[in-house]
Design a protein around this ligand. Structure first.
Ligand code: FE2
Ligand code: FE2
Length: 374
C-alpha cells in the first residue's frame, strides 16, 4: 500500500532523483526541460536573489573609434561532483548554459575556462560534457587542474581533444594553453591516482609543485606564433593566471615570465584566465589580463599580491550560495583589446573596458560594486 503522506525529505529526494535521471542522454529537448526545472527549483529554494540580467552589447561609445567586432561568452570553474553528492553546482552550470543560449544575437563561440570536474572522475567529466555540449554556439574547451590529475588527462582528452591548440577568428589569433602542468610529486611518494588528485585539489597543502606551462608548450607557443607579425592581435586562454599572484594558493604560474617573454614582441595581447573564481584585472607591459568568474563558488581575494588595476568585487554573502558566482562575455574590439563583462548573477554586470587597461587605470574607471561586503 502506498503511504498517504510523503515527508519533505522524501519529496525532495524524489525530485532530485528525477532531476538527475533527466540528465541522462541530455539532448537539446530534454536539456530545456531539465534546465527549466532546475531554474524553477533554484528560485523556489531561494537560491538566487534575482533573475539573469541580460547584458547589452556595448556598441562603441566613439572615443576610440572602433566598432564592436564580435563577442564570445565564457563559463568557468563548475567543479562538478558525483551527481549524487552535490546538485547545486549542476544547477549552476545548467543555468549558465541556458543564460548564454538565450543571448540574442548568439556569441560567436562559448569558451569553457577549466575545472569542469571537482576531482577528475570520469563520471564527473562525462556529466559536465553532457551539459556543456548543449551550448548552441561553437564550444571551445580548456583544462583545469581539477580535470586532470586523477588520470593525467586521459578522460578529458577522450571527451574534448588536445588541451593546447590555436585558431584564427575574424582577425584575432586565439591560443589555448594547459597552464596547470606540475612536476611529478606523486611517483616517489607512491601516491594513488586519487591521492594525487586530492593533493592537487588542496591548493595550499604544500606537497604539489607550482603550476607551469612547461618547456614543451613554450616551444609550441613560439612556433605557433612564428608566422604572426608584431602588430597581430593575440588572445591567450590559460586556466591559472599567467602571472604570479599568490603562491600559497597556487594563484601562480611558475614560468609566467618566460611565457610573457614569448608574447612580448606583440603590441597588444589579452590573457583571459579561470581558476581564481573572482574578478581580477592586471596589466604587465603589453599584456592585459582578466580573471573569470566561477559558476560554483567565489574564492576570497589573496591576502597579498593583488593586481593594482583590479576593481574588487564585494566579498560574497556567506548565506547566499550563488553570491559571487556568474558567467560573462568578452567583447573583442577591432584593435584586439577587449571589454570584459563580469555577470555576477545577483548583481549588476560590471564591465572592465579596454580604455581602462589601455590607460593603466587612468581612464574609464569602472564603478565600484555597491553592495555591502560580508
Ligand atoms: Fe576552479
Ligand atoms: Fe583551478
Amino acid at each position: 500500500m502506498k503511504p498517504k503522506f510523503k515527508s519533505i525529505e522524501t519529496r525532495y529526494m524524489e525530485q532530485r532523483q528525477e532531476f538527475f535521471d533527466g540528465l541522462k542522454n541530455l539532448d537539446r529537448r530534454s536539456f530545456l526541460k531539465v534546465s527549466a526545472a532546475a531554474a524553477g527549483a533554484a528560485v523556489a529554494a531561494g537560491l538566487t536573489t534575482c533573475s539573469f540580467q541580460s547584458v547589452s552589447v556595448a556598441q562603441d561609445a566613439g572615443s576610440s573609434g572602433a566598432d564592436t567586432a564580435f563577442r564570445f561568452a565564457y563559463i568557468s570553474d563548475s567543479h562538478l561532483y558525483e551527481k549524487n553528492t552535490n546538485d547545486r553546482f549542476v544547477r549552476s552550470i545548467l543555468r549558465a548554459v541556458e543564460d548564454i543560449n538565450n543571448l540574442d544575437p548568439q556569441p560567436d563561440f562559448v569558451f569553457y575556462g577549466g575545472d569542469l570536474a571537482q576531482l577528475g572522475q570520469p563520471s564527473q567529466l562525462e556529466l559536465g560534457a553532457q551539459i556543456i555540449r548543449n551550448v548552441k554556439a561553437p564550444l571551445k574547451m580548456m583544462v583545469g587542474e581539477h580535470d586532470w590529475y586523477f588520470d593525467l588527462g586521459q578522460k578529458w582528452r577522450s571527451l574534448f581533444g588536445e588541451p593546447t591548440y590555436s585558431w584564427d577568428h575574424k582577425g584575432i589569433h586565439f591560443v589555448t594553453l594547459n597552464s596547470v602542468v606540475e612536476k611529478d610529486f606523486w611517483t616517489k611518494r607512491g601516491l594513488t591516482p586519487m591521492e594525487r588528485m586530492m593533493t592537487v585539489a588542496g591548493l595550499d597543502n604544500g606537497v604539489q609543485s607550482p603550476f607551469s606551462v612547461g618547456q614543451a608548450q613554450r616551444e609550441w607557443l613560439k612556433n605557433d606564433l612564428a608566422g604572426y607579425p608584431d602588430d597581430s592581435s593575440i588572445i591567450v586562454f590559460s586556466h591559472s593566471p599567467l602571472y604570479k599572484l599568490y603562491k600559497n594558493w597556487n594563484f601562480w604560474t611558475d614560468d609566467a615570465e618566460e611565457v610573457q617573454a614569448i608574447l612580448k614582441r606583440f603590441n597588444r595581447v589579452v590573457v583571459i584566465h579561470g581558476h581564481t573564481h573572482q574578478l581580477l584585472t592586471n596589466r604587465i607591459g603589453n599584456i592585459h589580463f582578466h580573471g573569470m568568474l566561477s559558476t560554483a563558488w567565489p574564492w576570497p581575494y589573496a591576502p597579498e599580491g593583488m593586481p593594482k588595476l583590479t576593481i574588487e568585487m564585494n566579498r560574497p554573502d556567506p548565506f547566499n550560495p550563488n553570491d559571487g558566482c556568474g558567467d560573462g562575455e568578452v567583447h573583442v574590439k577591432a584593435d584586439g583589446l577587449v571589454d570584459k563583462v563580469y555577470n555576477l548573477w545577483n548583481r549588476k554586470p560590471i564591465t572592465i573596458g579596454r580604455a581602462y587597461t589601455a590607460s593603466w587605470g587612468a581612464e574609464a574607471v569602472p564603478p565600484k560594486p555597491n553592495l555591502a561586503s560580508y
